[in-house]
Design a protein around this ligand. Structure first.
Ligand code: GLU
Length: 306
């Protein structure tokens, strides 16, 4: 039986209305604090090319940590299993910007989705590409089939000016020998990467190769082999939604990556990618309305990995 995705998205939009505007917009990057918490958008990109959207699904927003997924995919594609020598793949159970765990685990980040791990991935990319952030940008343009995707320079600068904690993390890893490029280079590149602006529809399309065993559905280009795509989906499921990945799996049941801009990209293997955006965050840093929307989505469509 075919699923009425458009009808379901419209129903979800109505049901999450009471939550929209309730969460807190991230303020530690001052430029993000200017975004209204009242946005809500959701987009579905099916492997057969059908697209469905509601609300602000075509409005650009700051993708932030959602880019960590694409940086990881690019590094994994280039370096293969060698990346796991420098970054782990266990949930951290700690805040995404924690320094303490990194100290007692001797500069090897728990996973590529906490800030320390994403900095290591950026460092790995910097050894392969002239500029890691530009490589990630071009990769996302290719995956979304959208050459106009850009950095938001105001957001990048705003984060660079306030990146004291990320600087501390990078220096600690440098001290442990797990950062090869200069700290400033990696931080600047990482902040620009996080400042890539995209819409829900663009992100859903960009993520669809992960629903399609690593192959871009519309072009047939192989980005990752199916085994590698499986592994990335597993890291998303266990580590992709800050330190509440267990609760997210319980409620939503999909591999996903969230960001403090309020976006969450989730994958239904074999079928589609779905992206939701609402900037108000819950106490863990995930979009409050976004998590509820995805929970309703898997309940109403009976599409989860479980
Ligand atoms: N650029 C943000 C930071 O490093 C990303 C945080 C996030 O979205 O999780 O703090």
């Amino acid at each position: 039986m075919s699923i009425d995705y458009q009808g379901i998205l419209e129903k979800i939009q109505q049901e999450v209305q009471p939550l929209i505007g309730q969460g807190k917009v991230a303020t530690y990057i001052p430029e993000l604090a200017k975004v209204s918490p009242h946005h809500f958008g959701m987009a579905v990109y099916c492997l057969d090319g059908r697209r469905f959207a509601v609300g602000d699904a075509f409005q650009k927003f700051s993708t932030q940590s959602v880019t960590k997924l694409f940086a990881l995919a690019l590094a994994f594609e280039r370096e293969g299993d060698a990346i796991w020598k420098r970054v782990g793949r266990e949930p951290s159970g700690n805040p995404f910007n924690s320094l303490t765990q990194l100290e007692y685990e001797r500069g090897v980040p728990r996973n590529p989705f906490i800030n320390a791990g994403a900095l290591v991935i950026n460092d790995i990319l910097a050894q392969r590409f002239v500029q890691a952030d530009v490589a990630v940008l071009q990769f996302m343009r290719q995956l979304a089939d959208q050459p106009k995707i850009e950095f938001d320079r105001a957001v990048a600068l705003s984060e660079q000016k306030h990146a004291h904690r990320n600087n501390a993390i990078a220096h600690l890893m440098k001290d442990f020998g797990n950062l090869h490029n200069p700290v400033d280079t990696v931080i600047d590149s990482y902040c620009r990467q996080c400042a890539i602006s995209m819409s829900c529809m663009e992100l859903a399309q960009a993520g669809s190769f992960l629903a399609n065993h690593g192959t871009i559905p519309w072009s047939g280009q192989v980005i990752l082999d199916s085994s590698s795509a499986k592994r990335l989906n597993a890291v998303m499921l266990t580590c992709g939604t800050y330190d509440v990945a267990g609760d997210f799996a319980f409620r939503v049941g999909l591999p996903a990556k969230s960001g403090v801009g309020g976006g969450i990209l989730a994958i239904v293997p074999g079928e589609l990618a779905v992206c939701v955006w609402s900037p108000g965050l819950d106490s863990a840093g995930n979009s409050l309305a976004g998590v509820m929307a995805l929970e309703l989505f898997t309940t109403m469509t009976a599409r989860s990995i479980f």
